[in-house]
Design a protein around this ligand. Structure first.
Ligand SMILES: Cc1cc2nc3c(=O)[nH]c(=O)nc-3n(C[C@H](O)[C@H](O)[C@H](O)COP(=O)(O)O)c2cc1C
Length: 200
């Protein structure tokens, strides 16, 4: 069901962009989901691209996708479709974002339209900010609205305690700001689409 027909809590798909064995991404995503689900106005759905891999070979235009593709997409596409908003949790790989994340973005189109996207990033000195700034134009092409505030963890290995939570409370403050902005956009766009369906 399209999120815009629903008056309940905002459905937020939290996408884990790294698929590497031994990755740190789920620690960051679980912390963010904890924040999100503690609010009364949002409900999170963790979309872990390592658990729902998508093919990297695309069908020719107008041709059916190879056998098995439909089943793989069925684990991801309806969840992106149902989302009112997204949070992308991404590391920085070679000054950009991971290929698996781009692949998941490229498999979809209208699922992104007129929906807000927030970012939580992590990495070395840059905290994944280059990955985030490269995601913004990609998502603009897909009619998504990216939220200004981000949460970023530079030298992330030092930033989380054994309990999987950031040790600096400033991260929690930043997560609240990000989710507040995401909620504003998600409500505004959900309400607007009800009155005036988005025509791409
Ligand atoms: C292929 C690759 C490229 C990387 N490139 C960068 C980089 O450009 N900048 C950076 O800060 N960290 C870089 N790193 C370090 C990652 O930020 C760090 O390994 C992080 O843990 C990756 O996220 P993950 O554990 O969820 O996969 C890179 C790591 C990998 C595997």
């Amino acid at each position: 069901m399209h999120g815009e027909t629903n008056d309940g809590p905002l459905q937020v798909a939290v996408i884990v962009g790294s698929t590497r064995d031994g990755r740190f991404g789920p620690v960051v995503a679980d912390w963010l989901l904890g924040h999100l689900n503690a609010r009364g106005d949002m409900k999170g759905d963790l979309v872990d691209l390592a658990e729902t891999p998508l093919p990297t070979v695309f069908p020719a235009f107008g041709r059916p996708a190879p056998e098995g593709t439909g089943e793989l997409l069925a684990a991801v596409s309806p969840r992106l479709e149902a989302a009112d908003a997204f949070v992308i949790v991404t590391p920085e790989y070679n000054h950009s974002f991971p290929a698996a994340l781009k692949n998941a973005i490229d498999w979809h189109n209208q699922q992104w339209h007129a929906k807000p996207v927030g970012f939580v990033s992590y990495g070395g000195l840059s905290g994944g900010l280059r990955a985030v700034e490269q995601l913004r134009p990609v998502l603009a092409e897909l009619h998504a609205v990216t939220v200004r505030n981000t949460v970023s963890f530079h030298s992330y290995g030092d930033k989380f305690g054994a309990d999987g939570k950031p040790t600096d409370p400033a991260a929690d403050t930043a997560a609240t700001s990000l989710l507040d902005q995401l909620a504003w956009w998600a409500h505004a766009l959900r309400d607007a689409k009800r009155v005036r369906p988005y025509a791409a």
